[in-house]
Design a protein around this ligand. Structure first.
Ligand SMILES: Cc1ncc(COP(=O)(O)O)c(C=O)c1O
Length: 318
C-alpha cells in the first residue's frame, strides 16, 4: 500500500539530491535514479578489499571471478531465467548487447530482419549487419494515435513472400517498451514469432526498470538489458541474456579475451582454457573458442555494486 510518510522519508534520505538541487524528475522512458545508500555501499565495497583482473588464478583474481559469477547468477534469478536454459553476458550497455547479436547473427539472403518502426536507434543499427549479409530489413509501421503496431501487420511482415518456410527464417527485434512512444508491445509476439520460424531479440532496456520480465514465461532468444537504467548507477554496464540454444547458432566474427591455454599465431589457432567456476557460455559448443562470448574483462568495479553483486537484486528493482 502507498504510504505518503514513508515515501517522503525515502525521498529525503535516499533521493535528497532531488530537493536539495530543486529538481523535479519525470521518468518517461524507464530510467531509474540511484539511492544514496546504493552509491555509499559501492564506495565501501571497492575500497574495502582488493580485486584483480579476473583472468588469472591468483587470490585477487579468483575473488573477482567469484563476484562476476555471483552477479551473473543474481541477474538470471532476477529474470527467473533457468541457468540451464539461459546465459547472462555482461556488456558495456544495452547497445553492446544488441551489437553482440547483430554482428554474430547468421543473417543470409534467405533470412530477414523484422523491426517495428519504434525501435531504439541501437536496434535499428542491426539492419546494417543484416544488409551486409544479404538479408532484407522489413519495417512494421505504427498505427493510429495510440502509436501501436497492429498484430496483423507484424504477422504479415513475419510471413511475407520471399522467406523460406520452416525454422530460422530470421530475426524479429522489438522493444518491450519503446523509448520513442512509451508503448509496451505484447510479449505474446515472442511465441508468435517462434511459431513463424523467427528468433526474437527483445530490447528490454526501457521495460526492465519498472516491470517484471519473467523469462520462464516468455522466452526471447536474446534480451538486452541496461543496468544503469534499472538502478541509475552504475553507468556503463548492461547485459545480454541469451538462450543457450540460440547462442550456439551465433557466429562470432572475432574473438577477444578468450583465456588461452595455448596459441599459435602462424596458424591462427588457439585452445581456450576453461573458465574457473563458470559453465561454458554457449550451450552445445562446450568450451570451444568459437562459441565463447566474452568481449572484454567484465567491468569489475561496476559488478561490485550492490544491486548486481548481492542476491537481493530482485528486491531492488521497482
Ligand atoms: C528502449 C531502449 N533501447 C536501448 C537503449 C540503449 O541503452 P544503452 O544506453 O544501455 O545502450 C535505450 C536507452 O535509453 C532504450 O531506452
Amino acid at each position: 500500500m502507498f504510504d505518503l510518510r514513508s515515501f517522503a522519508e525515502l525521498r529525503a534520505t535516499e533521493y535528497g539530491y532531488l530537493d536539495e538541487n530543486h529538481h523535479i524528475y519525470l521518468d518517461h522512458t524507464g530510467a531509474g535514479l540511484p539511492a544514496r545508500s546504493q552509491v555509499h555501499a559501492q564506495a565501501h565495497r571497492i575500497t574495502a578489499d582488493c580485486y584483480g583482473n579476473p583472468h588469472s588464478e591468483n587470490p585477487t583474481s579468483a575473488a573477482s571471478e567469484a563476484l562476476v559469477a555471483r552477479a551473473r547468477a543474481a541477474v538470471l534469478r532476477h529474470f527467473n531465467a533457468d541457468p540451464a536454459e539461459y546465459a547472462a553476458i555482461f556488456t558495456a550497455n544495452a547497445t553492446g548487447a544488441l551489437r553482440l547479436v547483430g554482428e554474430a547473427y547468421p543473417f543470409s539472403r534467405r533470412t530477414r530482419l523484422v523491426l517495428p518502426i519504434d525501435n531504439h536507434n541501437s536496434v535499428n543499427g542491426l539492419r546494417e549487419y543484416a544488409r551486409s549479409r544479404g538479408a532484407r530489413a522489413v519495417y512494421v509501421p505504427l498505427e493510429g494515435p495510440g502509436l501501436r503496431v497492429a498484430d496483423s501487420a507484424l504477422y504479415a511482415a513475419l510471413g511475407g513472400r520471399g522467406v523460406l518456410g520452416g525454422r530460422h527464417r530470421g530475426l524479429l527485434a522489438f522493444p518491450a517498451q519503446s523509448n520513442f512512444t512509451g508503448v509496451q508491445h505484447p510479449l505474446e509476439w515472442i511465441a508468435a514469432a517462434h511459431a513463424h520460424g523467427y528468433d526474437v531479440l527483445l530490447d528490454a532496456a526501457a521495460y526492465a526498470p519498472a516491470n517484471r520480465l519473467d523469462l520462464s514465461r516468455v522466452r526471447p532468444d536474446f534480451t538486452a538489458i541496461s543496468w544503469y537504467k534499472v538502478f541509475g548507477y552504475p553507468t556503463g554496464i548492461g547485459c545480454l541474456i541469451a538462450r543457450r540454444e540460440a547462442l550456439a547458432r551465433l557466429r562470432r566474427p572475432w574473438r577477444t579475451m578468450v583465456v588461452p591455454r595455448s596459441a599459435n599465431c602462424r596458424r591462427a589457432a588457439m585452445s581456450p582454457a576453461p573458465v574457473a567456476g563458470s559453465r561454458p557460455e554457449v550451450g552445445s559448443s562446450r568450451n570451444r573458442t568459437r562459441g565463447r562470448v566474452r568481449s572484454s574483462t567484465a567491468m569489475l568495479a561496476r559488478l561490485r555494486s550492490p544491486p548486481l553483486s548481492e542476491p537481493t537484486v530482485a528486491g531492488r528493482a521497482r
